[in-house]
Design a protein around this ligand. Sequence first.
Ligand code: FAD
Length: 311
Amino acid sequence: LYDRHGAEDTGAPYYSFEFFPPKTEQGLTNLYDRIERMGRAGPGFVAVTWGAGGATAQRTVELCGACQGVFGLDTLMHVTCTNMDRAMVDAALAGAKTAGVRNLLALRGDAPRGDEYWAARDGGFRHAIDLVKYIRASYGDYFCIGVAGYPEGHSESADQDQDLEYLREKVEAGADFVVSQLVYDVDVFVAWRRRCRERGITVPIVAGVLPVQSYQSFCRLVHLTGVGVPDDFRRSLDAVRANDQAVKDLGVRHAVDLIRRLHGAGVWAVHLTTLNLETTVMRVLGELGQGPTKPSTGAAAGTAGPGGAVA
Ligand code: FAD
């Protein structure tokens, strides 16, 4: 997806889309239709999330296989090592390779549901760096590897400087690029990115952006991730919270403004969390002059359903 020498600094907008594997067959069919349409906007890549502990393993691999093999989109598979023993990690990596996926986002993951704190499973991996090392040791350069970075520091880390050092170590261990936690404050992101560069983290750093689609989902995600939201945006959102369409409109305006400011600061690679929805993200891209340019391939119609061969 990226070379290790700053491909995100080229001065050309670069967008990617993130999806999660739906729980139902109908949800998957609907998502395939959306991915087919959204793929016409020419995203740099699409990413598929991984349920902590491997909860979505099969569906994640299947969706990745469809994105890569059916829709021809460069695909990034998230994989966590929380609550996963070595055999599960091996199965995940082998699944990615069989699905034709060449890109992995190597993550630790969060505590399994019901556990307040995260703890390493016996014989498992403690931190994302262990997964990066394991992938490199097992597959050499076969996979392009991304890791997560936190402009405001990771929620469990009291020391932002130490957090940055751990990020540097993940890159030194073999990560090719960094995807950031969601950005709502451009100044915070830009300052963190500068500190990354000063510390010798030279690989591309992609800004994570979630255009607000509904007040409830936004509040839930902010709570889950602990990201800071600037007061003025929070106040504007609170003022329209009862009006779904006004929330969406504000979400689009805010995301467009945020991305323009990122571009102004020389940050060209933006990773858009879609929540599996199409309209808001496509409106954002349209306003940025990056709407669909390719004709339909009709690929979605032939996409295999759950359990089917997708490669
Ligand atoms: P790590 O890099 O291991 O860091 C976790 C904590 O340990 C931090 O506090 C860090 O400071 C500390 N640390 C790191 N290295 C060391 C070390 N060597 N020694 C001691 N301490 C260390 N979760 C999912 O379940 N599925 C997903 O698909 C998913 N996608 C994500 C995508 C992005 C872009 C981001 C930002 C997060 C995503 N997450 C996902 C959430 C992620 O799993 C959690 O934030 C998790 O708590 C940390 O993962 P990590 O890979 O950053 O962990």
